[in-house]
Design a protein around this ligand. Structure first.
Ligand SMILES: C[S@@+](CC[C@H](N)C(=O)[O-])C[C@H]1O[C@@H](n2cnc3c(N)ncnc32)[C@H](O)[C@@H]1O
Length: 261
């Protein structure tokens, strides 16, 4: 019997590509986190560290950082990246199965990965992991387009080749996910207070080949049957080529912060 592929497990299939093309996080995000925390941070845990793009940012705190990452291929790249760094330790585990220290950590962060943690339990798990007054920092990118016309053209391609992952009004492509983070999780939680959102905008340029590689790291694309994915990617590549072979992605990096009561 074939075991169905789980969407949360597909990143390891393209771990090297992921490391090569996914954008990291602007330094401002770390500044916003430290300003919100407002006191010294002694311990940090990162959920869903992947190949270490969020870790590289959090490492700037200069304190012990535990990276929890369930995928062995992603964790292997992460471990290699921070090999010899005494402050970074890698635990191959789902966040749901990780056992926090009994006195809790000062900061729990998750970059583009909180939506993979069981959404029915994650706020409580976060509260259990944090020391009183500790901070939860959940962040990630929304991938927008500098050129609205190109965005519309690409969406027509999605509608033709993969309507199941085409854009919907008011919701950026790639951001749809049943476990997507919702602010009410923190605002309505008895375990958290002072929930606040911050945003940082940047622009990242991709040529056609790198853009296709980027798309091949998005889980909704990975879940398409291979033939359908190739047809979709060929048609998207044609559009980007017709646009001059370069696409500017407008990244909105959102950050949600809340304090453990
Ligand atoms: C989109 S990647 C983000 C990786 C990295 N944080 C970054 O910003 O590039 C999502 C990561 O979450 C991990 N993940 C999936 N399920 C998880 C879970 N239950 N607990 C913790 N991490 C999980 C995946 O293996 C993957 O590495």
């Amino acid at each position: 019997m074939t075991v169905p592929r789980e969407q949360r497990r597909v990143f390891g299939e393209v771990a090297h590509a992921y490391e090569g093309v996914r954008p990291g996080y602007p330094a401002e995000i770390l500044g916003l986190i430290t300003a919100y925390v407002g006191r010294a941070v002694r311990t940090v845990v990162e959920s869903g560290a992947g190949t270490g793009k969020g870790t590289a940012l959090l490492r700037g705190l200069g304190v012990p950082l535990t990276c929890v990452e369930p995928d062995p291929a992603m964790a292997a790249l992460l471990a290699r990246r921070f090999d010899g760094d005494d402050l970074v330790s890698v635990v191959v585990s789902r966040f749901e199965d990780w056992i926090p220290p009994s006195d809790g950590v000062d900061l729990l962060a998750s970059a583009q990965a909180w939506h993979w943690v069981d959404h029915t339990r994650r706020t409580h798990l976060a509260a259990e992991a944090l020391a009183p007054g500790g901070v939860l920092a959940v962040f990630g990118h929304d991938y927008g387009f500098v050129d609205a016309d190109l965005r519309a053209q690409l969406n027509l391609v999605y509608l033709e080749y993969a309507p199941e992952i085409a854009d919907q009004p008011g919701r950026p492509v790639h951001s749809r996910h049943p476990g997507a983070f919702r602010p009410e999780e923190l605002r309505g939680s008895p375990w958290f207070t002072d929930a606040e959102e911050r945003r940082v905008m940047t622009v990242v340029r991709y040529d056609t080949a790198r853009y296709l590689t980027l798309l091949s790291t998005f889980s909704p694309h990975r879940m398409l049957p291979e033939q359908q994915r190739s047809r979709l990617h060929r048609a998207l590549a044609d559009r980007v080529d017709a646009h001059g072979g370069v696409l500017e992605q407008k990244l909105t990096t959102w950050l949600w912060l809340a304090r453990r009561t």
